[in-house]
Design a protein around this ligand. Structure first.
Ligand code: FAD
Length: 460
């Protein structure tokens, strides 16, 4: 039995049956119909929907660690309809009809996850309170209003995306520097580890085999090679997202970028009365370097942000999960939003790598000649998108002619990232320019924070 509670706050909340792992590693060769590498949401949802399409398929999933070890067990718990590529860019790349189809599919995805978790009794503290993106400067307000107007141009109404003025925003959250907010109901707050560990148990009940502590060394057509065994299968699914560069031949396919989080102690009703978020609306603000938060089901804040540096050579290491200076800066931002948190205790810090494609375009790809499929490149929007990916890969593999297989991200090929040191230089320069852009916008409640933040994020 392995205890993985230190992976994230979410893992620490798991009931014993979900937290402990008695799954074995793969020690002898195996023949199956579908081999899946990676037991995060992408691998598990793909297995789930393959079984829905064809219950007779023999499916094995291997994970280098434990199911839910990666971003799926560590994220901010926004189950959203956000897609990493903007609808404007999708329109330019694939035409307007396809761009709208993609967004509608993302809206449907949130309801799909809600109904599967209900039907399969996966308790993940689901609450669909929507999301608030606070505007905290005049510039952010202009951007919020323009953003909502843009959704109207694409045909999405008030029921999908709306602007809340400062008074309406105050009814939901007592944030400092309140210039209004944009709101969408297409987001639920969840406990991500409960979702991924519950989903792993659910697919096992459907007959899927899961092997843990079994890293794939390489993926080839019809074959996955591990240290102790070979899996032969007609189809192979790569579902390794930020960890992909560790696989042979895939060093430059995805850049792993760290996102770091903190959780506070549980807060009293009195504190929450000075904050709001009564419907557990998840929240962010209009800054460029993304921050994201939720009120957890046990009344804490779980709050995170990007800005940790990209590590040379796409390196991933447990030591990168905790960078005290960055996590202190993240808590400072939370206090800046809600000053009543000053002096409250941070009980957990953690982080993990998410996957970014060179063109920031996610994909669900299947090559019918080699039988190899993969999905990923979700940036920070993989909770919803990975479900759509799983359904799509299942339809592609089982040759189901569904509307999903015609969506524009299907079989999209992103270019490789540059070789080092260009990749390191470009990624960190990009992060740094976002920090500087935000610092110039006067969004902080306490002005003295600005230079400090620039220092934190550059690691100086
Ligand atoms: C801190 C943080 C906050 C985030 N917040 C949000 C959010 O609020 N909303 C949102 O939508 N998205 C968010 N994301 C992104 C989201 O969590 C991911 O996009 C999503 O979980 C990706 O799922 P996945 O299954 O593709 O990858 P992962 O969950 O990373 O799973 C990949 C799995 O592959 C395994 N693996 C790796 N290499 C091998 C190998 N060689 N052999 C076998 N197995 C291997 C790993 O152990 C891992 O379990 C966040 C990410 C992070 C890190």
């Amino acid at each position: 039995m392995t205890n993985n509670r230190s992976i994230s706050f979410w893992w620490d909340t798991l009931p014993p049956a979900l937290a402990s792992s008695t799954r074995t590693s793969l020690t002898s060769d195996l023949d199956v119909d579908v081999a899946i590498v990676g037991a995060g949401y992408t691998g598990l949802w793909t297995a789930f929907y393959l079984k829905q399409n064809n219950p007779n398929l023999d499916i094995a999933i291997i994970d280098a660690n434990v199911a839910g070890f990666g971003a799926s067990g560590r994220n901010g718990g926004w189950c959203s309809a956000l897609f990493p590529t903007t609808i404007d860019k999708l329109g330019r790349m694939f035409g307007n009809q396809q761009a709208v189809a993609m967004q509608v599919a993302m809206h449907d995805t949130v309801s799909e996850i809600e109904s599967v978790t209900k039907d399969f009794q996966i308790d993940c503290d689901w609450q669909r309170g929507g999301s608030l993106v606070f505007a905290r400067s005049t510039l952010q307000r202009e951007r919020a209003i323009a953003g909502v107007e843009n959704w109207r141009k694409w045909g999405f109404g008030e029921e999908d995306y709306s602007y809340l003025n400062p008074e309406q925003t105050k009814d939901r959250a007592l944030v400092t520097k309140n210039y209004g907010a944009s709101f969408t109901p297409h987001v639920a707050a969840i406990n991500p580890a409960k979702l991924v560990r519950g989903l792993a148990a659910a697919v096992e009940k459907l007959g899927v085999l899961i092997y843990e502590n079994t890293p794939a060394l390489r993926i080839d057509p019809g074959m996955v090679t591990t240290a102790d065994a070979v899996i032969r299968s007609r189809y192979v699914v790569r579902a390794t997202e930020g960890y992909t560069p560790s696989l042979a031949g895939l060093k430059r396919a995805i850049a792993p970028i760290y996102s770091l989080m903190v959780a506070t102690e549980p807060l009293s009703d009195d504190v929450w009365s000075q904050i709001g978020l009564g419907k557990r609306e998840v929240f962010s603000d209009g800054r460029i370097l993304v921050i994201y938060g939720q009120r957890t089901s046990d009344n804490r804040f779980a709050f995170g942000g990007r800005g940790a540096p990209y590590h040379f050579g796409s390196k991933i290491s447990p030591e990168f999960d905790r960078t005290p200076k960055v996590q202190k800066a993240i808590f400072d931002i939370l206090v800046d939003l809600f000053p009543v948190l000053e002096g409250k205790v941070v009980t957990h810090t953690w982080g993990g790598p998410l996957g970014i494609a060179r063109d920031w375009m996610a994909t669900a790809t299947f090559d019918s000649t080699t039988g190899i499929a993969h999905a990923g490149g979700y940036v920070g929007d993989g909770v919803g998108t990975s479900n759509l990916a799983g359904r799509t890969l299942a339809d592609l593999i089982t040759r189901k002619d569904s509307p999903l297989v015609k969506l524009p991200w299907v079989n999209h090929r992103s270019p490789n990232w540059e070789t080092e040191p260009l990749r390191w230089f470009g990624a960190n320069l990009g992060l740094q320019s976002m920090v500087v852009a935000d610092a110039s916008e006067n969004i902080f409640n306490r002005e003295s924070k600005i230079p400090k933040l620039v220092g934190y994020f550059t690691g100086k």
